[in-house]
Design a protein around this ligand. Structure first.
Ligand code: NDP
Length: 500
């Protein structure tokens, strides 16, 4: 058995890989690199388990999901330590994402019956002899491929909803956080020992690719746009449906009547927490010219004391993927070369493990720092003459994941005009914590929705049933249909729909 480091060469049969702490490079776990055959075997086991899981019905599954969330909650401190070991983030941040994930498991289990259970539909006047119903049946086996930045919250946003809808799940966590994935799957097995309803496969991109072409009934992918495109192309071969939860370049809009302290606080936390490695993190801010200077001063003041590190006083941890440091550095350098100014930080703020906060102003709108996902602790702030210009600029990227508006009078109006899947008003990222709201993006941020009723329906297939209650007085679907009947139908449809 050879152990390889993450992001090294492709795996060969029997290989393992090490999970390293990004804070110390210490090996914190060793995991198998699962091959195509391993993945196929896991999917076969999942097919069997899916039948049992589906047979439990909504109540049986809800009961078991309740047990699982109880196990996670009681062992929360242990989970947070595994998250810290593999991502380097502060324990408090690990706890926040885990708490939100627990809320999602609870919501999905509790609401599945109401949202996916059999529902009556109106059959309409012409078909009034029919009883119409729709029910949402499980898809079978769902493959979930997750990223490392929120290794609990992000995959569970798909896994909990797929399970609640009656599917078995095969889960491939990022190569950077296999230990967190294993912990979650082991906790599930403790709560549901009867069958392998939730299984783990580990490895590199190749293992994820094997899952994509394994014949699962849906792939729920969260990660970069580039990988999302590869997955969609591979899934096309087998017509496997996909959900793509990809990157973002989320804007904040600050109106002239906004609570500037709250807006500055949200900007600083949204941009720098988790070292900026947040798909819905704040990357750009558009501020009304009347309050721009005051807002910028508040952001600078609030950034003081916000520092990356691994000690107890640090507000966030290391950049998890070493290759990302070069991207962050490049975006800052490009912004400055093109006339931007770093009011805090700059190129030198990016070290070889940690990146300190950078606040940029006067950055051209077509530069990388404004257009591309930086995924680091940087933010650009731009002055706008009014909120129409703010909306126009905010909408002018290929991404459309989340967004935030600070405005007392126009919050709802501005939120509706933003071309993103989600917006929070007067608080940062709140939509992500509300389990009843769908989560997902548009454009290069992907498509499909996790969380909420929409998230449950993503993992189910609508089954339409029409049951004849009595023989229709006007028989339409028979060769025995009379001319008289056609004439009557023509009259009826004119009365119903022919009005000018
Ligand atoms: P990647 O796209 O690099 O990886 C995501 C997952 O896909 C990993 O498990 C990865 O495995 C796997 N993978 C890589 N190549 C393939 C392939 N060809 N076929 C199948 N699977 C593959 O993303 P990151 O892990 O770097 O995550 C960061 C990105 O995720 C950012 O862009 C961020 O914005 C986005 N994100 C989006 C969220 C959303 O909900 N919209 C939430 C959180 C993050 P391995 O790691 O082993 O290579």
């Amino acid at each position: 058995m050879t152990a390889v480091q993450p992001k090294h060469t492709a795996a060969s049969v029997g290989d393992t890989f090490d999970s390293l702490s990004p804070a110390t490079d210490e090996v914190v776990g060793t995991y198998p690199v699962h091959t195509d055959a391993d993945v196929q075997a896991a999917v076969e086991r999942a097919r069997e388990a899916a039948r049992w899981w589906a047979s439990l019905g909504f109540d049986g599954r809800a009961e078991r999901l309740r047990k699982w969330k109880g196990v996670i909650t009681r062992r929360l401190a242990q989970l947070c330590q595994v998250v810290r070991d593999e991502t380097g983030k502060p324990i408090a941040d690990a706890q926040l994402e885990s708490v939100l994930a627990i809320e999602h498991i609870a919501w999905a289990g509790k609401h599945a019956r109401k949202i996916l259970g059999r529902q009556k539909r109106s059959a309409g006047l012409l078909m009034s002899n029919q009883a119409a119903t729709v029910e949402y049946q499980p898809l079978g086996v769902v493959g979930v491929i997750g990223p490392w930045n929120y290794p609990v919250f992000t995959p569970l946003g798909s896994i909990a909803y797929a399970l609640a809808a009656g599917n078995a799940v095969v889960f491939k966590p990022s190569e950077y956080t296999p230990g967190v994935g294993k912990w979650l799957v082991d906790a599930f097995a403790d709560a549901v020992p009867e069958a392998p309803v939730l299984q783990l496969i580990t490895g590199f991109g190749e293992t994820g690719a094997a899952l994509t072409k394994s014949g699962v009934n849906k792939i729920a992918f969260t990660g970069s746009t580039a990988t999302g495109k590869k997955i969609m192309a591979a899934a096309a071969d087998t017509l496997t449906p996909v959900i793509i939860e990809a990157g973002g370049k989320d804007p904040v809009l600050v109106d002239s009547d906004a609570d500037l302290d709250a807006a500055a606080d949200a900007t600083v936390w949204g941009a720098f927490s988790n070292s900026g490695q947040t798909c819905i993190g704040v990357e750009r801010v558009y501020v009304h010219e009347k309050v721009h200077d005051e807002f910028v001063a508040k952001v600078i003041a609030k950034t003081e004391g916000v520092r990356a590190g691994s000690d107890a006083g640090a507000k966030y941890g290391p950049v998890t993927m070493p290759s990302q440091l070069a991207v962050i550095r490049r975006h800052i350098a490009d912004a400055i070369e093109r006339g931007g100014k770093a009011l805090v930080g700059g190129v030198d703020a990016v070290g070889d493990r940690y990146a300190q906060p950078t606040v940029l102003v006067d950055v051209p709108e077509d530069s990388e720092a404004v257009q591309e996902e930086t995924f680091g602790p940087t933010v650009t702030i731009a002055k706008v003459r009014d909120m129409d210009e703010a909306v126009e600029k905010a909408n002018n990227t290929k991404y459309g994941l989340g967004s935030t508006v600070f405005s007392k009078a126009r919050g709802m109006e501005l939120a509706s005009r933003l071309n993103t899947g989600m917006t929070s008003i007067n608080a940062p990222l709140s939509f992500a914590g509300i389990a009843s709201l769908p989560f997902g993006g548009v454009g290069d941020s992907g498509f499909g929705r996790i969380h909420g009723p929409e998230g449950l329906r993503e993992f189910a297939r609508p089954k339409a049933i029409a049951r004849q209650r009595f023989t229709a007085p006007i028989a339409l679907t028979t060769f025995a249909r009379k001319e008289k009947t056609d004439a009557l139908v023509a009259k009826l449809i004119t009365v119903m729909h022919g009005k000018r």
